[in-house]
Ligand binder design. Structure first.
Ligand code: DMJ
Length: 647
């Protein structure tokens, strides 16, 4: 290359004068500052996304219900299609880009993500299911970790107000309901047997090709379907299967993996699944594994603000990254906001306060930060602690954050006043800004983009019927009935999104504009991947109202699942709920076993099966007990009234 001599510039080595060097440096640093600032402050425009999204070998398609954040590259190659999961915040099993830099993304790379009121002796799990008796004996030889856990399973059991499995495992007296419940149990057995036969040890079953899927959403961890199924198998009394699952955990669940995992997904499925299995059965192995796994997640919180990044290396490095698709290296509200329940229980079991400290720090930041119109945007910088853009949604990217606020309050035996305050003021803001009525009279929760409403609701947002329902009773007295009505209206709208399709299953997202009323208008929103949220709301609304329509709607869903999703080797999602000739997506999601089938089973059971006075469900439907004062820890030697609640 020929360098031309510029006036005033010496030709030797581009020798600039000192003042010119200074001006040049000033210009350069200005440019860098400008770029840096732009990444933080510009809205999430298509232009910006182009910078962040990796070039893939196929065109980018919109995945999941969030068009801005989830425009991920989807690799389709014959039957090797990467499935779309559309989890809270992230879509599993799709090709996703991970931002390698802690805050602003410069470099990036692509990764595939891919027991009424009987005495405690009568209700002990030992009576319900023999294997549990062994588990409890193992547990009473308390395992004290580095911190000395001080946790006593016996003490915990005494503190439950009611037997977890009810007086007769929740068996309904009405023959039709019993028959329906048996059908759901048969579906679980079929899904489990198929997974066992074709995909044992892998993360999910591919029911068409009859093989297993691993993906890399769990950072090299295996057996997601096993961990996710443990409590469902146990509750349904599928004890042989539960024992197989437990044995696999004991002998094969290797936590020494070195891959990149979604903190959120590992937490809700693995941590949640193991905690739930431990509290239900008392088997020590689950406690050991979950505490070990929890410790591997702690480095994700090593950020300037303590807000964890979305992706963590489970190996010894513990390095973490932000999702490449998330605006400017931000963390996702539904991800860092969906750790609280599990982490509080990790502290209870391990005696290590660190877990609780980490999530309380998140809480503190979110409580203090200024919120536009009282709303919580979905993206926050783990470096600056500021919102990155103003997209608000009670569906994907935001959803389970709100769920964990009210459940934190309930799980704390209604002592966590901060969670209560945050939940009800968020609800006020959501009602003022997002809740809408369609011309046809359907109540829905729209999304908010910097003040502009997007009149759509994702399937994920349909959990909110149940959430608003369980939160109704603790709201301001004058709003209690209102919240219950709102919960019923939202659940009704979500049911409409099912009944307006040819398959009677609901689409990934449905709209209320351009003449649409609870129907998907885009091809890319028409799929159904065995998601639970609508059925989850039926279950809660049944428990709260005992209106028979909820059981009827649940049964309609069972029939549709059987007709359209059941294939020879398991259950599969479908690509278009409006096509009567269905095309299957070849994926039996692990949440189908942990959530969809569990909620259906509970819907057709008596309310004394897993009573809500004692338990909350995490966002993957795993059970976590309400923490009563002086009930879990050894040093809490006396109960308030000197008695156990069952005495
Ligand atoms: C599940 O993994 C959980 O319910 C999560 O919170 C959201 N997505 C799936 C089910 O749709």
């Amino acid at each position: 290359m020929v360098l031309r001599k510029l006036p005033g510039v010496s030709a030797s080595g581009m020798g600039l004068r000192l003042s010119q060097k200074f001006v040049f440096l000033l210009f350069l640093s200005g440019l860098v500052t400008l770029c840096f600032g732009a990444l933080f402050f510009l809205p999430d425009t298509v232009r910006l996304k182009r910078i962040f999204l990796s070039k893939s070998d196929s065109p980018a398609v919109t995945v999941g219900s969030d068009n801005d954040a989830r425009e991920v590259s989807k690799k389709v190659s014959g039957d090797q299609e990467h499935q779309r999961v559309g989890l809270k915040g992230v879509d599993a099993n799709v090709k996703l880009k991970v931002s390698r830099k802690p805050s602003v993304t410069h470099g990036s790379r692509t990764v595939e993500r891919s027991v009424g009121s009987r005495t405690q002796e009568e209700w002990s799990p030992a009576r319900a299911h023999e294997p549990a008796a062994r588990d409890e004996r193992v547990t009473s030889a308390a395992h004290n970790g580095e911190h000395g856990s001080g946790f006593s399973y016996e003490r915990f059991k005494k503190c439950l107000l009611k037997p977890p499995l009810g007086k007769d495992q929740g068996k309904p007296s009405d023959p039709q309901t019993l028959q329906r419940r048996e059908k759901v149990k048969e579906m679980m057995k079929f899904a489990w047997d198929s997974y066992k036969r074709y995909a044992w040890g892998k993360n999910e079953l591919r029911p068409l090709t009859k093989n297993g899927h691993i993906g890399n959403m769990f950072g090299g961890l295996r057996g997601a379907s096993i961990v996710d199924s443990l409590d469902t198998l146990y509750i349904m009394g599928l004890m042989e299967e539960y024992e197989e699952a437990k044995e696999w955990i004991q002998n094969n669940l290797d936590l020494n993996s070195n891959g990149e995992a979604s903190l959120f997904e590992v937490n809700i499925r693995y941590v949640g699944g193991l905690l739930s299995a431990f509290y239900l059965t008392g088997a020590e192995i689950f406690k050991q594994k979950v505490v070990e796994l929890g410790e591997k997640l702690l480095p994700a919180f090593n950020t300037p603000t303590g807000i964890p990044r979305g992706v963590i290396n489970l190996g010894s490095s513990g390095t973490s990254w932000s999702w490449g698709w998330a605006s400017a290296g931000s963390s996702i509200l539904a991800e860092f906001g969906t750790l609280h329940l599990e982490f509080v229980h990790l502290s209870e079991l391990s005696g290590n306060p660190m877990f609780t400290e980490k999530v309380m720090n998140i809480r503190k930041l979110l409580s203090k930060i200024e919120k536009p119109h009282g709303l919580y945007p979905n993206f926050l910088s783990p470096v600056s602690g500021n919102w990155v853009q103003h997209h608000v949604s009670i569906g994907g990217l935001g959803d389970s954050f709100y769920e964990y606020l009210i459940k934190s309050y309930l799980m704390s035996d209604k002592t966590d006043e901060e969670a209560k305050r945050m939940y009800y003021s968020a609800m006020e803001a959501i009602e003022t800004n997002l809740v809408q009525k369609s011309p046809g009279g359907l109540t829905y929760v729209a999304e908010w983009r910097g003040g502009i409403l997007d009149h759509k609701m994702g399937h994920l947002a349909c959990f909110s019927g149940g959430m608003i329902g369980i939160g109704a009773d603790d709201g301001p007295p004058e709003k209690r009935q209102h919240y219950l009505d709102l919960a019923a209206e939202i659940t009704h709208t979500c049911h409409e999104s099912y009944s307006r399709s040819a398959t009677k299953l609901g689409p990934e997202a449905f709209r209320f504009d351009g003449g649409a009323e609870a129907t998907a208008t885009r091809l890319s929103d028409r799929y159904y991947i065995l998601r639970p949220e609508v059925i989850e709301s039926y279950m809660y609304m049944w428990r709260l109202t005992h209106d028979p329509k909820y059981r009827q709607w649940g049964w309609e869903a069972v029939e549709a699942l059987e007709k359209h999703c059941r294939v020879e080797a398991g259950f599969s999602g479908i690509r278009d709920v409006y096509a009567s000739m269905v095309s299957h997506d070849n994926m039996q999601q692990s949440f189908f076993l942990s959530e969809t089938l569990k909620y259906l089973y509970l819907l057709f059971s008596e309310d004394d099966l897993l009573p809500l006075d004692d338990w909350v469900f995490n966002t993957e439907a795993h059970l976590l007990p309400i923490i009563r004062k002086n009930c879990l820890r050894e040093h809490d030697s006396t109960l308030d009234n000197g008695q156990t609640p069952l005495e």
